[in-house]
Design a protein around this ligand. Sequence first.
Ligand code: HEM
Length: 413
Amino acid sequence: MSWLRRRDARTFPYDAVVREYHAVGKHFVSDEILRLLARVRAELPEIQSPWPALHRLATFLDVALDKPDGRYDYRSYLALPLLELPAADDPIEQVPFARSRCDRLSAHLMADVLAFELAAADGQTTRLPHMRPSSAGTAKRLRLGVRAIRPTLERLTLVGGLTESDPVDLARQVCTVVDADMSVLERRLMGLTVLPVYTAHDEYLFLRVLQLFETTFALLSAQLRGAVNALARRDTHRAVHYLRVAATAMRQAAPLFSMLATMQVEAFRTFRTYTDGASAIQSRNYKIFEALCRQPDDARVDSEAFYSVPEVRARVLAGQATLDDAYREAIAVGELSDQQVDALRTAMADFASVWLRWRQTHYRLAARMLADLRGTGSTDGTAYLASVRTIPVFHTVDAESADSAADETVARS
Ligand code: HEM
């Protein structure tokens, strides 16, 4: 109320609002607070503040008010508009910079969830107090989290200070090293991008892991776009490079599933009661890179898979360029040497294998968490995932079998 008398977007009491959301869960925020936030949003056009601050506040309010607005979905649940991921319509010249942007963001997301786990274990936070994990569960989660983020920290040259061997101490070091490298704005963004629907501890992990994967998907979309563009110019060297970055990113993201598998099934089933309508089937980036690999089959385009992402479906129906087509065309006109074709085939097959493995691991984890419950994205749940897990990535190039590695990833956790 006092802010409404001054109305400067730079001094909006974000911390107080987020604290309230964390105290009760987004699904249970009181009408009084929701009305106040809606009033702030309605008054934004009259507020004189620098554009970036105003834009951030408008985006935050849209994310915070998604449920009363009736717009709640995967994007708003994950606060994706605030994360400023590389986008499908960024200029093609920006593709080479996508990896460093995604690496930085991934490090921040992981350090933040590790810090939350540590604070809870130390009894230093009252946020999301319900269904805390055991100390053994926390230690395992911390160990798997550090393992998952290590390659990213290596690329960011942030591993030098990581000397501890005990998983808890090592996780503390990761938090310190990453935090010391963050700008004020980056820290602010971390504080705004976890708005769980309920107060169960494990939802924090769930949200951050989804955001980490979504960051990977944004990177894959950029790399696949770069690969299609490069191959159309017959620059196979660059196309192979982008495919390799994509495969590496997907491969290195897989340990996140092990970390997520430490989520307590009961906690997951409790908070998911309030996430209905938000499902990763609505992930645009996932469907963007899928449709950049090849034209999806008609039955898939005309199913919940693509109905859930209408903007991407429209691109598919408009006949956007795909890697499969570019590859076929390059072969048909005979402009590639045998060596170039080999390199391309190997890179495509590797990407396809690693993605099939991702799907299999995802399916295993979902089956364990859900059993026979329905999905939150209008599908029948694991039966849907079983049916989509073997869809070929490319028509032109095959992948290898994915089953054994996926079993191993979930079983290890
Ligand atoms: C507890 C863990 C998880 C469970 C139980 C689960 C469950 C499901 C279910 C049931 C679906 C089908 C759509 C629906 O009705 O919701 C789905 C789709 C999907 N999930 Fe998950 N999921 C989990 C974790 C994740 C994670 C961490 C990601 C990473 C972003 C993810 C990405 C996806 C994607 C991309 C789809 C769409 C697949 C397609 O349409 O082919 N899921 N998930």
